[in-house]
Each structure stands twice: as structure tokens, then as C-alpha cells.
Design a protein around this ligand. Structure first.
Ligand code: AFP
Length: 343
């Protein structure tokens, strides 16, 4: 008898998983599946560059400042261009919007126009690049609303509850792609030796027992009474509850990913720090809404402190929103503290 015993669990590549998901929807044409392939390919490409950032002369700020007033890193541009160039000619997309562009991007003249809308933050947490901390890409896919022709702003400004697919790629100690098409949340880890994303985290659910809370305490003096009290409650200072431990990277994808896998809550509240950003720093359409969709699919919840993020109707492409996301009970508790503060 052989000494070698084989692990009987299946090896599932992202391609196979997406195809199997497609079969759940008999009306599916495969277009969405191919957009996901393209995004996974973009993730491999971006990962291959970000892990070499210090080696190639790609690291460092460019002269450009993006629509948010932030210095654009070269890797931001590379990630942005990678996603655009993989998607603008395929005939699957009607319109795109990115954190790096002030205006939406319609499909160039002469190229076929598709039925989906792609919004993305190409390299979230890029101020962490110089310090080798986790960064990521967030994406949101909607069906277009406009019937034909170039995609419109209305196509891009849909509430999160109309999302068809949402996901992110995280470039950390390993590269992962996590996505949901409304049938649970699935995580794939890139095996760099073979260049394939393999299913490592099927059906992710936020653990019931929360472990961490995550917020930038440096801005405490700008918080409202409600946010302060909520934070004290998480620290066990309002009630008799055990305090949660604190973790904060300052990279939304990294902080969210940890929250998804370990349980707990991440929040970036409204604050009085910058009068130009009364709603905090994070963007609704390509950051908060897609992550809210994933949290919801994993049994969690996301709120702006008053409303379900998925119900918010965006009014502009780069709109900011306060964000409380993760464990449902903890996020609802935030709503309660904020509501009591407003009475
Ligand atoms: P950068 O892309 O400029 O690093 O911003 C990242 C981010 O938008 C988000 O990923 C973080 O959650 C948040 O900023 C951190 O902001 P603070 O530095 O104000 O805590």
C-alpha cells in the first residue's frame, strides 16, 4: 500500500468557480463571467508590479494630483491603466469610472459598447506603498440603465442594492481576490508559481464573535459625541462588555479584509477635520457600496451611521460617505449611538 495519501478536497481555480456560478443562472450569457476573468487578470498584473515596487523605478509620487487632491503614485496610474486597457475594447462595458479620473470614461469611438458598468478604485491605500503595507483594488459592476449608446452618468450613479458583482483584490502577504455575485462571498488566493487564483475561502461569513475594532484614533478630537461614545462602548467603557482589540492599517481593503475574516467593525466616521470633507474620506460608489455588498453577503452590515449604505442613491461620482462596516450588531450599535447623539 502506498504511503502517500492525497487530500481529497477539490482544487478550484477562479475560472472554474465563475463558470460554475454562471451555470446557476441559466439566462447568463457569459459576459459577466468574462469581465471577472479580465479583472482577475488585472489583479495578477497589478500584484506582479506592486510586489516589485521597490525594485523597479516605479515607486514614488508623480507630479499629478487626482480629483481627490491627493498625489497620484505611479503604481496608481499603472493599476488604473491596466484595468481600463483590459476592459475598454471587449464590448462588455458601456462606461467606466475610476477614483483616478474626474469624469466617467465612455468607450472610445469605434469600439463596441456593452451592457455593464464598471466602477473601481484601482489602488486603494496607495499612501501605504512606501511602507510595504497592504494595498488593494476595489470594483463594482452594475447593469447599465440607459438603453443604448455610450454609457451615462446615470448608469454610474446607482445604489449599491443594484450591484450585480462586487469585489476586491488585496496585495498583501499573498494576493487574494474576493468577490460576490449575490450568492455568497468567495475568496481566492493567487499561487504565484502557477499564476492561478485558487479557491481558498469558500462561502465567507463574518465570524459571530467579533475580534477587532478599526478606526483612525488620531482624529478623535474631530469626532462627534456619538462617535466618541460608540468608541468607548467598543472599548468596554460604556457598559460591562469586554473591550475589543484595536487594529488599523489605514488601507480600506486591508482593514475590511481583516474585519471580514476576523469579525468586528471598521469605521471611518464623519468628522470636523476638513470642512471640505464633512462626510469623512471614503467614497460611496467605488469603495463603500461594493464593500457593503460583500459585507451583506457575508452576514454583516454597512451603514453611514444612519442608513444602510446599499440604499444610498449617489448624487455624484466621487461622493464621500461615513462608513461603519462589519459585524451587523456592532454596526447597528453605531447607528444607535449616532441617533442618540442627534436627539
Ligand atoms: P490613500 O489611497 O491615499 O492611501 O487613502 C486610503 C484611504 O482612502 C482608505 O484606504 C483608508 O481607509 C483611508 O484612506 C485611511 O485614511 P486616514 O489616513 O485618514 O486614516
Amino acid at each position: 500500500m502506498s504511503d502517500i495519501s492525497f487530500n481529497q478536497s477539490k482544487i478550484i481555480t477562479i475560472e472554474r468557480h465563475i463558470l460554475e456560478e454562471q451555470q446557476i443562472h441559466p439566462q447568463a450569457t457569459g459576459v459577466l463571467t468574462n469581465i471577472l476573468y479580465d479583472l482577475a487578470l488585472a489583479g495578477k498584473f497589478i500584484a506582479s508590479r506592486t510586489t516589485r515596487a521597490g525594485l523597479s523605478e516605479i515607486l514614488g509620487a508623480t507630479e499629478n494630483v487626482n480629483i481627490q487632491g491627493e498625489t497620484v503614485m505611479k503604481l496608481d496610474q499603472l493599476a488604473d491603466q491596466t484595468i481600463i486597457r483590459l476592459n475598454d475594447h471587449t464590448g462588455r462595458i458601456a462606461v467606466m469610472a475610476s477614483e483616478e479620473h474626474a469624469h466617467l470614461m465612455t468607450i472610445p469611438d469605434g469600439l463596441p459598447i456593452g451592457k455593464y458598468v464598471l466602477l473601481f478604485d484601482p489602488l486603494d491605500g496607495s499612501s501605504n506603498i512606501d511602507y510595504n503595507a497592504t494595498i488593494g483594488t476595489i470594483f463594482a459592476i452594475y447593469r447599465r440603465i440607459s438603453p443604448t449608446g455610450p454609457g451615462t452618468l446615470e448608469d454610474c450613479l446607482q445604489p449599491g442594492n443594484k450591484l450585480v458583482v462586487a469585489g476586491y483584490m488585496i496585495y498583501g502577504s499573498s494576493t487574494m481576490l474576493v468577490y460576490s455575485s449575490g450568492t455568497g462571498v468567495h475568496g481566492f488566493t493567487l499561487d504565484p508559481a502557477i499564476g492561478e487564483f485558487l479557491l481558498t475561502h469558500p462561502n465567507i461569513m463574518i465570524p459571530e464573535k467579533p475580534k477587532y475594532y478599526s478606526v483612525n484614533h488620531g482624529y478623535e478630537k474631530y469626532w462627534s459625541e456619538g462617535v466618541l461614545k460608540y468608541t468607548h462602548w467598543l472599548q468596554g467603557m460604556e457598559d460591562d462588555n469586554d473591550p475589543l482589540s484595536l487594529r488599523y492599517i489605514g488601507s480600506l481593503v486591508g482593514d475590511f479584509h481583516r474585519t471580514l475574516l476576523s469579525g468586528g467593525v471598521f469605521y471611518y466616521p464623519a468628522d470636523t477635520h476638513d470642512p471640505n470633507k464633512p462626510h469623512g474620506k471614503l467614497r460611496l460608489t467605488y469603495e463603500a457600496a461594493p464593500l457593503a455588498f460583500i459585507a451583506n453577503q457575508a452576514g454583516g452590515y454597512a451603514s453611514d451611521g444612519k442608513h444602510n449604505i446599499l440604499d444610498l442613491q449617489p448624487s455624484s461620482l466621487h461622493q464621500r460617505t461615513p462608513l461603519y462596516i462589519g459585524d451587523k450588531y456592532l454596526v447597528e450599535k453605531a447607528e444607535l449611538f449616532i441617533q442618540q447623539d442627534n436627539q
